[in-house]
Design a protein around this ligand. Structure first.
Ligand SMILES: Nc1ncnc2c1ncn2[C@@H]1O[C@H](COP(=O)(O)OP(=O)(O)OP(=O)(O)O)[C@@H](O)[C@H]1O
Length: 598
């Protein structure tokens, strides 16, 4: 997909072409064919008019250069009488109907391909961007671009190509009009071009407004996502009312812009016919006033064609307006695609990472967010299948350190080796296949318990058995047994139908089901009562010696069995050792224990 194009007529063509390829040519060809059939069908009325004017045979009158049409009919042995001509016209318009049917079908097929292709590409990009890249994006922008803006993108394309179709029809009419009476047609065209300058201003204003509407759409989506995600909190505190004001302001501003665009559309709609009629009226006046000897029958044919072209011109202007109105979406989507491309995670090697991740070694690691240093001089080692814990006060950088180890955040400096290989060169998706991550905020999807735990694996005897083991080890068995629909129970948006502790257990069960080599438990049991926490702890202890486990915990009682505890303070590791060693040798650790005893 070519997103590096100039925002001009050919630039847009190149962009649409990069998505649909040579299908576009077929679409244009069908459009032109429809236009041509329409024009020729209409032109066949010319011999009819000749017949009426000259009250003789259609071929005998003088009707400018259009006479060749009646000659062509004669050559095809079609009788040059009213019924013969009408029959041919009916046939031509029937063929046009058929082509139009094919063209419409093709149009919808292109719409299907267009949206599918862009959406699939953008979803793939979302999968490919790095976590630090993702932090630079905005949820509302992503959502708005993937839904509303993509549909608008297609609307821009259809506006663009319908404009070409109507232009094709218009050109056919104009050529015929020129053939009938050159002088008259020239005057109409010159005046038409002049009057079009009026519309140019309207179009350029619309184009600017279209960009603003897209941007506002991003804001609105962002606010809306947050309102829905935090609905419970906003309701409980009655903050929704205040939030609503924010939402209303964005809606109001967006609709004000749409209103302005609507006014411009109304203006161009309203102007179209009067301007065209004034143009033709003036030309007729000039023609008869200054060239009294003009051939009236040729002017009549020319007029008929211009009159008919009025509706095509109106359709052309509407399509162009439609295209212009949606160019803001094209700019928004292509900018986002470009940005997402730049934020891609480095590909690393293609080879699969081994099931055993090996030992983890960090040397002199530093992490900065912008100019703020979060960690520095961090060196640590996590031997294979050992359990380590990171402790330290809130905001000391424990989660950040875990993110460095699982390759979510690249260190600003220093080296990270996983199984003796630099993390920079690793196949990160394959590495993460082996990682179980229980985040501070439990991650729960709006689906059934079974799907949440198995992550949408199909039910099978093997998966069902794995599911049962996982929910047993996460102490969820009794809870599930108490539900009328058991594991088929839906947990609601963000797990709104279940308790905080149940959400935590559900996310633990999912990682246990995944059967990983490396587990990161970031405050994984903080919302549980002591009895449930103990029971899960016993099951997690079974991982000890079999899997590598990183525990981040404030409650020091939960890390007593860790092989190594790293104490983080002032951006670096201040002490390390087992619980007993640290209790004896580290004043910092003793103070932390003391702070938890009451
Ligand atoms: N994306 C980010 N951009 C800027 N600063 C960030 C970002 N993420 C975290 N930080 C900052 O990095 C510091 C360390 O955060 P981190 O989440 O690693 O701490 P933590 O020790 O896990 O805290 P807690 O125990 O409260 O979870 C904090 O000061 C935080 O504000």
């Amino acid at each position: 997909m070519n997103t590096d194009f100039k925002y001009g007529f050919w630039g847009y063509f190149r962009f649409y072409y990069s998505i649909l390829g040579s299908r576009l040519y077929l679409f244009i060809a069908l459009n032109i064919l429809v236009g041509l059939l329409d024009g020729v069908g209409l032109a066949l009325f010319v011999p009819l008019i000749t017949m009426l004017f000259d009250s003789g045979a259609a071929g005998s009158g003088s009707i400018g250069n259009v006479k060749y049409l009646s000659d062509a009919l004669a050559a095809l042995n079609i009788p040059l009488n009213m019924s013969g001509i009408l029959l041919v016209v009916a046939l031509l318009f029937s063929v046009k109907g058929l082509i139009r049917f094919i063209q419409m079908q093709f149009f919808f097929r292109m719409r299907f391909l267009f949206i599918k292709k862009i959406r699939a590409a953008m979803l793939q990009q979302l999968n490919d961007i790095s976590y630090s890249g993702f932090l630079q994006l905005d949820a509302g922008k992503i959502q708005n671009n993937l839904t509303t803006e993509i549909s608008n993108l297609f609307a821009s394309m259809s506006g663009y190509f319908y404009t070409i179709q109507y232009a094709g029809i218009l050109i056919t009419y104009y050529l015929l009009a020129f053939a009938a009476n050159f002088q008259f047609a020239t005057l109409v065209i010159i005046s038409g071009v002049l009057s079009n300058l009026l519309f140019k201003k309207v179009f350029s204003k619309t184009q600017k407004l279209s960009g603003d509407v897209s941007q506002k759409g991003n804001f609105f989506s962002s606010f809306l996502i947050q309102a829905v995600t935090h609905f419970r909190y906003l309701k409980a505190t009655n903050y929704f009312k205040r939030y609503l004001k924010k939402l209303r302001t964005v809606v109001d501003e967006t609709e004000q812009l749409n209103l302005k665009m609507g006014r411009l559309q109304a203006l161009s709609e309203g102007m179209k016919e009067p301007v065209a009629i004034i143009v033709i009226g003036t030309v007729i006046y000039i023609q008869f006033r200054f060239f009294p000897g003009s051939n009236k029958s040729t002017i009549l044919v020319s007029l008929l064609l211009f009159y008919r072209s009025l509706s095509q011109l109106s359709l052309l202007q509407t399509s162009w307006q439609h295209f212009i109105q949606n160019t803001g979406s094209v700019r928004s989507v292509t900018r986002m695609i470009k940005q997402m491309n730049q934020l891609r995670e480095p590909p690393g090697t293609l080879q699969e990472e081994p099931a055993d991740i090996g030992s983890i070694e960090l040397t002199d690691v530093a992490v900065q967010y912008d100019t703020m240093t979060i960690l520095e001089n961090v060196s640590l080692s996590i031997p294979l299948n050992q359990t380590v814990a990171f402790v330290g006060e809130s905001g000391s950088g424990k989660t950040t350190l875990a993110h460095v180890i699982i390759g979510l955040i690249p260190p600003t400096s220093g080296s990270v080796l996983i199984g003796n290989r630099s993390i920079e060169t690793m196949n990160l998706p394959s590495y993460r296949d082996k990682i179980g991550y229980i985040a501070q905020d439990p991650v729960v999807f709006n689906d059934t318990i079974f799907n949440n735990v198995t992550f949408f694996a199909p039910p099978s005897p093997e998966n069902n058995a794995r599911f049962r083991n996982a929910v047993r080890d996460a102490s969820l068995e009794t809870f599930i047994a108490s539900l009328p629909n058991r594991e088929q129970t839906h947990v609601g948006d963000n797990g709104i139908y279940i308790s905080g502790g149940q959400k935590q257990r559900l996310s633990i069960a999912r990682e246990l089901y995944k059967n990983c080599s490396l587990f990161v438990l970031d405050e994984a049991t903080s919302a549980l009562d002591s009895a449930t926490e103990n029971s899960i702890q016993q099951n997690l202890d079974l991982l000890h010696g079999n899997r590598t486990v990183i525990i981040i915990a404030h409650r020091l009682a939960t890390i007593k069995k860790a092989d190594i505890i790293y104490v983080i303070k002032n951006k670096t590791i201040q002490a390390r050792g087992t619980f007993d060693t640290l209790s004896r040798e580290s004043e910092l650790f003793r103070n932390m224990i003391a702070a938890q005893q009451y």
